[in-house]
Design a protein around this ligand. Structure first.
Ligand SMILES: C[S@@+](CC[C@H](N)C(=O)[O-])C[C@H]1O[C@@H](n2cnc3c(N)ncnc32)[C@H](O)[C@@H]1O
Length: 199
């Protein structure tokens, strides 16, 4: 029993980028949610936030961690006529050529979100239905550190919205995650428990 546990732990700790990509490719999941579906899940209207940010600061930078095919990014790019910068980060995407912009000022960066270095000027960070995989493949400490790093990367006035509920709905945000963030930062949206932090 202990040997199996230790082997599983080692397997996950030493997982390479390629192994993680392969696992994600094999996993049965939805990767192409629109910005309207993000609104239902996360309880925020990214288009509205982008338009307000552009009016206030003449720029809006959105990073979507575990973005999948990043249809939501494309929606925001169209709605803002490419004035908002939309960057999605994912270890895998089903798009044929993710190296090009998928819409004006909107691109996917292939990377592991647990180590991805965020720039300093991000207005909004989201993670829709991705945390559960970090929890599953890297474990609790890495998932918590990842969310904290995202929060710490935000400048004053920036916002982080992340949720951990799985589409199969058997997975609920674990208590340790809830306990790790101030209860004022937690709310429910469309059946998902959401961490909502404004710096
Ligand atoms: C259920 S999909 C959600 C995609 C998108 N956010 C949506 O709502 O349509 C979860 C995504 O998380 C990505 N993912 C899981 N672990 C990751 C990691 N460590 N780094 C980057 N992406 C990861 C998967 O490749 C997958 O695209």
């Amino acid at each position: 029993m202990y040997i199996v546990l230790i082997l599983t732990l080692c397997y996950n700790i030493y997982m390479s980028f390629e192994q993680l990509t392969r696992r994600m490719r094999d996993a049965n999941m939805i990767r192409e949610r629109s910005v309207h579906e993000y609104e239902k899940d996360l309880g925020i209207d990214v288009v509205d936030l982008a338009v307000q940010g552009l009016m206030r600061n003449r720029k809006f930078t959105w990073y979507d961690m575990c973005c999948g095919d990043f249809n939501a990014g494309r929606d925001v790019s169209y709605a803002t006529e490419g004035r908002a910068l939309c960057v999605g980060v994912d270890v895998d995407t089903l798009l044929d050529d993710p190296s090009h912009e998928i819409a004006k000022n909107c691109r996917i960066e292939l990377g592991d979100v647990t180590t991805y270095p965020l720039p300093e000027n991000v207005d909004l960070i989201t993670c829709n239905k991705g945390l559960r995989y970090i929890d599953q493949y890297y474990g609790r400490a890495v998932m918590l550190d990842t969310v904290r790093n995202w929060r710490d990367a935000l400048p004053a006035g920036g916002r982080l919205i992340a949720e951990a509920t799985d589409e199969a709905s058997w997975y609920r945000m674990p208590d340790y995650l809830i306990e790790s963030f101030d209860s004022e930062n937690l709310r429910w949206s469309n059946g998902c428990q959401v961490i909502d932090i404004t710096t």
